[in-house]
Structure formats: C-alpha cells, structure tokens
Design a protein around this ligand. Structure first.
Ligand code: SAM
Length: 241
C-alpha cells in the first residue's frame, strides 16, 4: 500500500513540475519569441487516423518491411500488420530500445515504409529523413507525423505545452526544395508528411537555405503551398504515380 502511495505521489509531483516548466516556457515564448498569430483552425477530427493511412498504403503496395522511429505506447506500432516490423525508441515501445541515430549506424536492412515520429525537432527530423532515404527500397515511402501545427505554441522549441508537433514542418519544407524527392503533406492526423524517392512534381522555390530559421508567420500565411497539402484521397492517387 505504502509503495502505491509513494508511486502516485511521485507521479503527481512530476506532473506539477512539468506543468510549471511548460508555463515558464510558454511565458518566454509569448514575451520574447515569435508572435502569437492565433490558430489556423486545422481540424483533423473527421479525417483518417495514421493507423488507417499507414495500413492502407502497406496493403495497397503489398509492402513487407516496416520501420517506425519513435513508438512510445505502441498505439501505432502494435496495430500495423506487415511481414517484418522494426520499431525504434530509446524509452518505450517498439522492439529496439535505441535512438534512431544508433539504429541507423548499425542497420543493414532495407524498408518499404518508414514512419518517422521520434524527436520532433528540425535537426533530428532532417537526420532521420536523410538516414531513411539511404535504407528505403525502390518505390518505398517515408511518412512523418506532426507536420501541420495549428499555432505558434504547438511548434515552439523547446516544447511549452502538452499538445506538441515541434518544428517537423521546417524539415518538410526543406525537402520540398529537392529536385529528386517528391514531397507532400496529407491533411490528416496532425499532418502526415510524405516523401517519395522520385522526381519532384511540384518543386518549391524559396529564398532561403537555412530552413531552421524559417518563421512560423511564413508557414501560417502559406502552409498549403509550402507543405504541398493534399487530401487522403489524393494521397492514395500519388502513391501510385
Ligand atoms: C510522439 S511519440 C511516438 C508515437 C507513436 N509513433 C504513435 O504513433 O503512437 C515520440 C516517441 O519518440 C521517442 N524518441 C525521442 N527521441 C528519439 C530518438 N532520438 N530516436 C527514436 N525515438 C525517439 C520518444 O521516446 C517517444 O516515445
């Protein structure tokens, strides 16, 4: 009984510590960082969830090898049906307890479908994409979670609230400028980034090479063209191009 009380007490304290840290960071963001422009009003409630999107693509393309980076409670990983599944997470979930960097250092496998959902910070996502491209089978697909933040706080780094997409969107914008990668964002489940290793069909021209420094205001005003936003129905068509 004592052990349970001690455990709950620790959990309770940790919850309030995190809340205080988030409140402080929120304050710093509001006062010293990018302006609060309000919400884009993106509503994913009537759109397909990531599990349905990933499974539909795996089934449609008869994919056999699935890799998930960042698995957490296995909400996705445990539900995906595929012949070979590898799930990488240093904390919990999946079947390999390591970081994505360590995994890619030692990996010799190739994959048809890679779902990137690990650390939601630009530099790490960029690295995860580059490493994934090296082990992607021909005609394979890379998917990324959390590409469409609704407001400036949802994408702020460091994280300052519970609902958090991070600045994954900046990495996606960067790969939109590559001639030999075809990149989209599906309007579903917080924005599902999509990367094919083939000629870009809608190359983004943008006057920067330092994508980390992109401002949220630019995303807020131009997210549809920056991210190449498509519907789930359109995604199913571009998968077959
Ligand atoms: C948003 S959760 C993943 C959710 C899961 N993919 C799903 O769909 O339910 C992010 C996970 O990424 C993991 N993570 C953080 N840094 C990582 C890294 N460098 N490599 C791999 N996973 C990482 C965290 O431990 C956390 O469990």
């Amino acid at each position: 009984m004592n052990k349970i009380v001690h455990f709950l007490n620790k959990k309770y304290q940790r919850f309030f510590e995190i809340r205080k840290i988030f409140e402080l960071r929120h304050f710093i963001h509001r006062k010293f960082k990018e302006k609060d422009l309000g919400s884009l009003g993106l509503d994913f409630s009537d759109k397909p969830i990531r599990q349905d999107i990933v499974q539909k693509i795996i089934d449609k393309k008869k994919f056999k090898n699935y890799l998930e980076i960042g698995c957490n409670k296995d909400e996705l990983f445990s539900k995906i049906i595929c012949e070979n599944k590898i799930g990488v997470d240093p904390i919990r979930g999946g079947n390999l307890r390591i970081t994505s960097d360590k995994f890619f250092q030692n990996n010799n496998n190739k994959f048809d479908c890679i779902f990137i959902d690990g650390l939601h910070k630009y530099h790490q996502v960029r690295k995860d994409i580059i490493n994934s491209l090296k082990v992607l089978n021909e005609n394979g697909i890379i998917l990324l979670h959390d590409c469409l933040p609704n407001d400036v706080f949802a994408q702020a780094v460091p994280r300052c609230q519970h609902v958090w997409n991070g600045d994954v969107w900046k990495a996606l914008v960067e790969f939109r400028t590559h001639e030999n990668l075809d990149v989209y964002t599906c309007y579903a489940d917080h924005g599902i980034g999509v990367i094919f290793n083939r000629k870009n069909k809608n190359l983004l021209k943008i006057g920067t090479t330092d994508f980390h420094k992109l401002k949220f205001e630019e995303y807020f005003n131009n997210y549809k063209s920056l991210m190449n936003v498509i519907s789930f129905e359109e995604l199913l068509k571009v998968v077959d191009l």
